[in-house]
Write a protein that binds this ligand. Structure first.
Ligand code: NAP
Length: 254
């Protein structure tokens, strides 16, 4: 029997882990799709494609033309457009869809979170008084902070933003997670940070900053998860692998 053809919509650690797990299994023929935001993405074995499909219609066309049997949505928790496109395209192409959606972070005792609905609301939550903010919202989403130039920002992103995207008073750190609590605490103290700004991405790769902020009693401006369209979903890569085995393991060749 021919291997089962899977298209994984990536951009998350789960997408990379899922692709890695299936790369060693001859029953599956896997292609990982990335938006192409990062010039040097994490290396993952197997086929890789980059760039948009041209909306839900374009994705449906790819699914049909390239005869994919299954679509896995493992996009970043804030990639709402792509999640909606995946649902529409899977329906149009008649391909089953499974989403991997990691749970959001929830506050623990001692956390001082200030919830905001969107990244655009975060600068106002910083207030008028100049502060030293640690920004980990992603390099594509710095523009709103240019409207609050009274603050000093330590921006950390996987790749450097272009200079015109940065707020005026800024120090840039390029680094890729996972991060450790002790290192995060050292970073917050060394830069005299008094507030952390983050999206509620969930997961363990970047959660150490939250523990460090709690230990130092620092407030965290937390951008809440956007509402996501409903889809068949699991929370972890292990659950996705189990689902795949149950639903399709016996239909592909061993
Ligand atoms: P989005 O707004 O959901 O997607 C915008 C468009 O990007 C999609 O319509 C699609 O273009 C293309 N796209 C997205 N993911 C793709 C994939 N896996 N393969 C091929 N094309 C893809 O997502 P976004 O603009 O990437 O980011 C939105 C939020 O997610 C931001 O908060 C960002 O910081 C966060 N995020 C994204 C990534 C990532 O790798 N994309 C990683 C970390 C964080 P077409 O309509 O042309 O198909």
């Amino acid at each position: 029997m021919k291997p089962l053809k899977l298209l994984i919509l990536g951009g998350s650690g789960e997408a990379a882990d899922f692709a890695r797990a299936l790369a060693v299994d001859a029953r599956y023929d896997v292609t990982l799709s990335l938006a192409g935001r990062t010039a040097e993405p994490m290396l993952v074995p197997g086929k890789l494609r980059k760039g948009g499909f041209g909306g839900a219609e374009g994705l449906a066309h790819t699914l049909t033309e390239e005869r994919f049997d299954l679509l896995i949505d493992a996009t970043h928790p804030f990639a709402v457009q792509m999640k909606a496109n995946a649902i529409e395209a899977a329906r149009a192409a008649g391909a089953p869809l499974l989403a991997i959606r990691r749970p959001a972070w929830i506050p623990s005792e001692g956390d001082r979170w200030i919830m905001v609905d969107s990244i655009e609301d975060a600068p106002a939550a910083l207030g008028d008084t100049p502060r030293r903010a640690f920004l980990t919202t992603g390099r594509m989403e710095l523009a709103p902070f240019r409207k609050a130039p009274q603050h000093f920002y330590v921006v950390r992103s996987v790749e450097a933003p272009s200079p015109e995207e940065l707020p005026p008073r800024v120090e840039l750190i390029t680094a890729r997670g996972p991060f450790k609590v002790d290192d995060e605490r050292t970073l917050l103290e060394a830069h005299a940070i008094d507030v952390v700004v983050t999206k509620n991405s969930g997961g363990t790769a970047t959660s150490a900053k939250l523990e460090a902020a709690r230990a130092l009693s620092l407030p965290v401006i937390m951008v809440e998860r956007p509402d996501l369209p409903e889809a068949l979903s699991v929370e972890t890569v292990a659950d996705a692998l189990a689902w795949l085995e149950r639903a399709h393991g016996s239909t592909s060749s061993a």
